[in-house]
Write a protein that binds this ligand. Structure first.
Ligand SMILES: O=C(O)CCC(=O)C(=O)O
Ligand SMILES: [Fe+2]
Length: 189
């Protein structure tokens, strides 16, 4: 087989630095976390012009889009501590989660192509309630190189290295309500 054909025959390669684990939390913990998020004073967040609104709450830090800088946010609530401990273990030694984003996506809501702010370092995402197609793209000549991660409910992903810095990510409109908790480490300043 020519090199070209071999490339087509293979599945698209996963972005370097992306890790995924299914069943990261139990169905009981999933239910509890969803109830906690639903009880937060969530605020609409408009990312792209043409998208439905997702609703969010930030803790630790938040990026202020009008001031274009990081601001301190409310402290991370205690009910997140057991999950943060597990995420830090998943991330390995020296993983310190300092920023949390809780998000609610109603049916039909997604998030457009972006990279997270450079003040954040590694990004972990816990999916709750329903699955989503977590899409990646990066420029490859005139085209895009693409990859889709099926993020199942109760799973976690970690973006580090190229998957975090070179690739953009997005989520197309979800088919059922989805909640996520994003856990971020910060770049040392
Ligand atoms: O909901 C998710 O898993 C990802 C959200 C996201 O990419 C972001 O808020 O930057
Ligand atoms: Fe993101």
């Amino acid at each position: 087989m020519s090199e070209q054909l071999a490339l087509f025959a293979n599945k698209p390669a996963s972005p370097e630095g992306l890790r995924y684990a299914a069943d990261f939390v139990s169905p009981e913990v999933e239910r509890e976390l969803i109830a906690r998020i639903a009880a937060l004073p969530l605020q609409p967040f408009q990312f792209g012009q043409y998208e439905g609104k997702r609703r969010v709450a930030s803790f630790g830090f938040r990026y202020d889009y009008s001031l274009r800088r990081m601001q301190e946010a409310n402290p991370i609530p205690e009910w997140l501590n057991p999950t943060i401990t597990e995420v830090e273990a998943f991330g390995g030694p020296a993983t310190r989660i300092r920023q949390i984003l809780c998000t609610e996506y109603d049916t039909g809501v997604g998030i457009g192509w972006h990279r997270d702010k450079p003040q954040y370092d590694r990004v972990f995402g816990l999916s709750l309630g329903s699955a989503c197609k977590f899409r990646f793209r990066r420029p490859a000549g005139e085209k895009w190189q693409r990859f889709t991660l099926n993020a199942e409910p109760r799973s976690i992903y970690m973006m580090s290295g190229p998957s975090r810095k070179e690739w953009e990510h997005s989520i197309p409109s979800v088919e059922a309500p989805r909640y996520s908790i994003t856990f971020r480490t910060m770049v040392d300043q």
